[in-house]
Design a protein. Structure first.
Length: 189
């Protein structure tokens, strides 16, 4: 498969089958993704992996904990949270990507951008292995309590959480906006 075809055919997968995802495969693909991405050689990021049922249960609790802090939410949203947790636990594996921060804003952006490129490479390499994923940055996980629970340390920033698994059906492609729509010619503007 050509690189263009691989990029064009990869999809975000939100519905996974029950096949387990090997932690070794995830590590191998992340290492390959890093090798394919130019950077200064000093890793400025780390990953948190949740692939066992126990780890996924813990992660699910971390996500719903902030929502369930209020008594009203417990009464009104209890069944919704229960349903959400059940769906969350059915996802075979998670990788949380965390980047170091730097006081220099340019260096800070470089570190973040490098990790994003690595994660994109990881998604493409995984797709070649029939392994799908979706990159999550939803507001429900963007809070200090969640960050504390996943072990985010001072001098680090959350980049995203990848939900990973094998799938039975590839979603249809959505229409994409042509690049020309976002194009500005500096000379003509």
């Amino acid at each position: 498969m050509s690189l263009e075809t691989l990029i064009r055919e990869r999809r975000s997968i939100r519905k996974f089958n029950e096949l387990p995802v090997s932690e070794d495969l995830v590590k191998t693909l992340l290492q390959k993704a890093e090798q394919l991405c130019p950077y200064d050689g000093e890793a400025q990021w780390r990953y948190v992996y949740a692939g066992t049922l126990e780890a996924r249960e813990r992660l699910s609790g971390y996500i719903s904990e902030k929502i369930m802090e209020s008594r009203i939410a417990k009464l009104a949203l209890g069944k919704v949270i229960e349903s959400y947790q059940k769906r969350f636990l059915a996802i075979p594996a998670y990788v949380i990507a965390i980047a170091k921060t730097d006081p220099d804003p340019v260096r800070n952006d470089e570190i973040y951008g490098t990790l994003c490129r690595i994660l994109q490479n990881f998604q493409l390499l995984a797709w070649e292995q029939s392994l799908g994923m979706v990159w999550i940055t939803e507001p429900v996980i963007q809070n200090e309590l969640f960050y504390h629970r996943i072990g985010l340390q001072e001098g680090e920033r959350f980049v995203g959480m990848l939900q990973i698994g094998y799938f039975d059906k590839v979603p249809k492609a959505r229409a994409r906006t042509p690049a020309e729509r976002y194009w500005t010619d500096l000379v003509r503007s």
